[in-house]
Design a protein around this ligand. Structure first.
Ligand SMILES: Nc1nc2c(c(=O)[nH]1)N[C@H]1C(S)=C(S)[C@@H](COP(=O)(O)OP(=O)(O)OC[C@H]3O[C@@H](n4cnc5c(N)ncnc54)[C@H](O)[C@@H]3O)O[C@H]1N2
Ligand code: MOO
Length: 394
């Protein structure tokens, strides 16, 4: 049985990125780049002012001395003349410095008298100039291929000065919830034997947030023939299929059997992790199929640990960027976590991460506060508040 890291490596090796398309910059937020975006010019293109004020030659400017004011320059204009020592030019934030100038004095220090200007003590020493190329140079890679266009990356992407960019297709995701007891939320209260299907709503939301497009959803009872039909329809409608429930070893656990006649090639099934031991992954007709445990907390933890990396791989991204565990301070004591590698659900508090009191796989309400997963190696002992733990944003 592979461990968690080995399972992720197996998943990454099995999945190839989807094709690409050219999309206008306006519509690429959240998409993964299929090409790298390089700078077409320096930024700034010339030395420019970061303040509203006066451009001067620093060494020839003393507090109290009058300078000749020779015109002005605004953002979007090229300066019309060079500056000599003893002169100043009115300048505004973002405007290019005239040739000869090397410093901008904020207008708050200026006393203007017609064509003359002088400055009060205390205007230095900051020069208030952004140097040519101090942001980036022509030819620099601003966003690498495989990067996701996050809101921050959109700024760099747009600064690359391209109207259209090549991105990966969004993965079409099918989600099938299995279990006789499941009904659509809204229908459960009237029948005691039923349960609102909650897990697939969380999984769908996570798939969308990770760039997926949910093109097919279905709920199936514990009936192999019916489930097999749903599996076929899901494979037709999507690039990858997620199944919740039916993953374990019970007589009615049919998630893997329902893909058998479609040609399931198992990559892994059952992992030594908690929660989520029954998680499984395989390829069917070249499409990825991920099986998550039905217990809602287990489903969401395994969706975070496997679905997000899977969707990143399909979009040309890396599993590593989705699984960026980081050192975090523990805000409260907690006990030993047992022989399986454990992903403890935690809230964030002022003093660090706070493991939730309810760590049951079937928990639903506590997920609201579960913003972190603390990764505990197999056999980890008790830990005290203040310890540094490895954690992943959930
Ligand atoms: N003998 C064994 N029994 C179990 C094992 C095992 O190794 N040996 N593993 C346990 C573990 S761990 C988990 S996790 C569960 C998950 O198994 P399944 O994936 O087969 O899940 P189900 O049996 O279908 O459902 C479990 C639980 O969750 C509820 N559920 C299912 N789907 C949803 C949904 N979409 N929304 C809300 N709730 C859902 C379902 O009613 C059950 O209560 O198996 C253990 N058993
Ligand atoms: O592995 Mo299950 O997900 O613990 O309850």
């Amino acid at each position: 049985m592979p461990d968690f890291d080995e399972a992720i490596a197996l998943l990454e090796a099995a999945v190839s990125p989807l094709g690409t398309e050219t999309v206008s910059l306006e519509h690429v937020a959240g998409r993964y780049l299929a090409e790298r975006l390089t700078a077409r010019s320096d930024a700034p293109r010339r030395d420019c002012s970061v303040m509203d004020g006066y451009a001067v030659v620093e060494t020839s400017t003393q507090a109290g001395d009058w300078l000749d004011c020779i015109g002005e320059v605004r953002a979007g204009q090229l300066p019309e003349q060079a500056l000599e020592p003893g002169q100043a030019m009115r300048i505004f934030t973002g405007a290019f410095l005239p040739e000869g100038a090397d410093c901008v004095i904020m207008q708050e220090y200026a006393e203007r008298d017609g064509d003359r200007v002088r400055f009060r003590e205390g205007f230095g020493p900051a020069r208030h100039v952004r140097q040519t190329g101090s942001d980036f140079r022509r030819g620099d890679v601003l966003v690498p291929a495989g990067a996701r266009l996050t809101p921050q990356a959109m700024v760099a992407g747009a600064a690359a000065d391209r109207a259209e960019v090549e991105v990966r297709h969004r993965p079409r995701v099918a989600i099938i919830a299995t279990g006789d007891e499941l009904v659509e939320p809204g229908d459960a209260y009237a029948d005691e034997a039923t349960l609102a299907d909650s897990a697939s709503y969380g999984v769908a939301a996570m798939a969308r947030a990770a760039g997926g497009e949910v093109t097919y959803t279905a709920r199936g009872g514990d009936d192999l023939e019916q489930l097999s039909q749903l599996a076929g329809a899901a494979l037709d409608a999507a690039d990858c299929v997620v199944v919740t429930g039916g993953a374990s070893v019970g007589d009615y656990d049919l998630a893997r059997p329902m893909f058998a006649e479609h040609g399931l090639e198992e990559v892994f099934a059952r992992l030594p992790i908690r929660p989520g031991r029954p998680v499984w992954f395989g390829m069917v007709q070249g499409k990825a199929v991920l099986g998550l445990p039905g217990n809602p907390t287990s489903a969401m933890v395994t969706a975070r640990l496997f679905l997000r990396p899977l969707l990143a791989c399909l979009q040309g991204g890396s599993t590593a960027s989705e699984l960026a565990f980081m050192p975090m301070v523990l805000g409260a004591d907690f006990g030993e976590t047992g022989s399986r590698e454990t992903f403890v659900r935690a809230a964030s508090g002022a003093g660090g991460l706070l493991p939730l009191g309810n760590q049951q796989s079937g928990a639903q309400a506590p997920l609201l506060d579960a913003h972190w997963l603390i990764r505990r190696p197999p056999g980890s002992g008790a830990e005290q508040a203040g310890a540094i733990v490895s954690a992943l944003e959930f």
